[in-house]
Each structure stands twice: as C-alpha cells, then as structure tokens.
Design a protein around this ligand. Structure first.
Ligand code: NDP
Length: 328
C-alpha cells in the first residue's frame, strides 16, 4: 500500500516538499476484514486547517476516497462493490466495515463514481444543507455565494436557481465566470480583477442580499456583510482565504451591521448532519436532479496517485472548476 504523509506542519501554502510517499506491505486479512483499493480520492480545503489540529509530523494525510473491495473475509462485503471511506491518502487499506458508506443503490451506470466525493457526496450535501437548512433560502431571495465555481459553490448556485432565487457568484478567473453563466448564475464576477468588491456586489444586486453562503472569509466577508438586506441570513461554511494564515487577520469590524440589519449568521459542519434525515433526502435529491439533467456537475480530475499533492496544492490555488478529484 502506498500513502502520502505530511512531512511537517505546513507553513503558509502547502508545497510539494511538505509531502512524502511511503510504501508498506499490508498483513493478510483476518476473519471479518476486507481489503479495499482506492479508485478516486478527494482533495478538499478542510485538509489545510485540519492538518494543523489533527495531524502530527509524519502522519498520513487525512481524506476520503471511493474504494473497491478487492478481497473480503466478511460476508457482508462483496468483492467488486464500492464504498466511500475516510481512510486518508492511501492506495490500499484494510477495514472491518466500520465507517464505510455504500454508494446509493440506485447509482446510475453512466455516472462516474467520483461524484460520490463531489456533487452527490460531502460537498454537494454541504451546499444542500447549508443553503436550505442554514440560510433557509426561498423563492425570490437574492443569494450570494463565493468560491462559486468550486465543488460546494457551483451546487449552491444551481440549487438556489432550482428554488427560484436570484444567484450572484464570485470566483477567481474569467473562465470560471463564463462557466457560472453557463450553469445558470444570474450574475458572476472575477473577484481578482474587479476594481472594487463593494461596487461589484452592488452592481450585481443593487437591492442587496437575503442569503450569503460564505466560503471565503476575511476581507470578502467584511464587504459582503455590509450588502445584506434586513433580516439577511448567512451560512458560514468556510473561510478559505484565511486557511494559510499563520497570524489571524483582524478588522474591519462589521458587528454593527448585525444590529442595524438584524442579521442571522450561523456556522455549520456537514459532518454533524450525516446521520440526520435531511442528509439522505439531500443525497437522493441531488442524484435525481443530475439524472433529470437539472444539475450540472463538473470535475477537475488529476490523474495518478503520485500527483495527489500537486492536485491538492492546485485546488487550494484555484486550478479547479467543480470538484477536484484524484484518479488513481
Ligand atoms: P473548491 O472546489 O471551491 O476549491 C477551492 C477554491 O477556493 C479554489 O478553486 C479557489 O477558487 C478558491 N480560493 C482559494 N484561495 C482563495 C482566496 N484566498 N480567496 C478566495 N477564494 C479562494 O472547494 P470546496 O467547494 O470543497 O470548498 C469551498 C469552501 O467550503 C471551503 O471554504 C471549505 O472549507 C468549505 N467547506 C465546508 C464544509 C463544512 O462542513 N462547513 C464542507 C465542505 C467544504 P477561485 O478561483 O474562485 O479563487
């Protein structure tokens, strides 16, 4: 089995030399165990902040994969079946079945199984729950989302459109702006090239925003919060602009807007929704929308397990449209 380890804690943006490939032989299976082979692995922004709190130097990087059972001494798991597992950046691993999530049984043959890491997996459900349960977006609302062309943001915008909202997206390149228009965003802009973020937000929706799906944090957040309408709702999903900071950013301070505009802001972690009925409902719904052609999915595939660190670094710096995935 090959695995990628984090040599030492990242300083600033992760670099290729922060990762090391190790190889080890796995022991023979015991009764009740199964051997799985990773087919697709996920690279996600959370790996950057979580590495700080949950990894030691030299540990295998954390993360999830779609894996195929290649050997089984557990009658509940058939060779050839596929599961989503949270087993880290590794090609092969032994499991007793605990924590494995089967792909939905009605998974259409023509859909790539990698979608279980993206639009029909953790990021898609983050979009679904964050927009509908936390932001409580409803018909007629104006929704703002940043990281809009990414795994979560592109699904947020499309669900908002399906629910009858007006959607504004911020993203980091002109090609991504074009993509957002193609998948139905009403307005989209490149935050790297606009002369003023405040102007861009005002032009896109002069009347302001009812819902803000926050993925970026920092300065973007300070400006966006000032554009909220009365009783606006903010789902704090992520803060990717701050993940590489070693010193926390400070001010300007926007608390007065919360009072004047009577805003509601709520952070959430999709992990804590996994066993709630909304998660299963959401997964069914996302799959159905894809099958019906109502939900576009785009993946940014990096080929080869050996290129996993490069795929991770590329995703953090914005190479991806849609979900960034590694294909072994
Ligand atoms: P994406 O697919 O959106 O990939 C990350 C994107 O972040 C890049 O493509 C890049 O796009 C953008 N980015 C990188 N640096 C910056 C920066 N300094 N300022 C603005 N944008 C930047 O990732 P995900 O969709 O998987 O995740 C999006 C957000 O959702 C993250 O903040 C993540 O932590 C959060 N998240 C939270 C979860 C939860 O449970 N709360 C679960 C899953 C994700 P661009 O070209 O636009 O800059």
């Amino acid at each position: 089995s090959k695995s990628w380890t984090m040599v030492k804690h990242f300083e600033g943006a992760p670099k290729l030399e922060d990762f090391k490939l190790i190889e080890k032989e796995l022991p023979p299976l015991k009764e009740g165990e199964l051997l799985l082979e990773s087919v697709f692995l996920s690279v996600d922004p959370y790996m950057r902040p979580y590495s700080k709190t949950s990894l030691k130097d030299g540990d295998v990087m954390m993360g999830s994969q779609v894996a195929r059972v290649v050997e089984s001494k557990n009658p509940a798991y058939q060779v050839g079946s596929y599961y989503v597992s949270y087993s880290g950046w590794t090609t092969h691993f032994i499991s007793d079945g605990k924590g494995l999530r089967a792909l939905p049984t009605d998974w259409p043959e023509n859909l790539p199984r990698s979608l279980a890491l993206g639009t029909v997996g953790m990021p898609g459900l983050t979009a679904y729950i964050g927009l509908l349960e936390i932001c409580k977006a409803k018909q007629g609302d104006v929704v703002l989302v940043n990281c809009a062309a990414g795994a979560v943001g592109s699904v947020v915008g499309q669900i908002a459109k399906l629910k009858g909202c007006k959607v504004v997206g911020s993203t980091g390149s002109d090609a991504k702006v074009t993509y957002l228009k193609e998948i139905g965003f009403d307005e989209a802009f490149n935050y790297k090239t606009v002369s003023s973020l405040e102007e861009a937000l005002k032009n896109a929706s002069p009347e302001g925003y009812d819902c803000y799906f926050e993925n970026v944090g920092g300065v973007f957040s300070d400006v966006a919060l000032q554009q909220m309408k009365q009783f606006g709702r903010i789902a704090v999903c992520g803060a990717i602009s701050m993940y590489n900071d070693s010193v926390p950013q400070t001010g300007p301070y926007v608390q007065p807007y919360f009072v004047f505009k009577q805003l509601r802001m709520e952070g959430f972690l999709i992990l804590s929704w996994e066993d709630k009925p909304q998660y299963q409902e959401g997964q069914k719904q996302l799959l159905q929308w894809i099958v019906e052609g109502k939900l576009n999915f785009h993946e940014h595939i990096t080929n080869g397990f050996e290129n996993m660190p490069a795929g991770f670094i590329g995703m953090l710096s914005g190479d991806n449209i849609g979900k960034a995935v590694i294909k072994v």
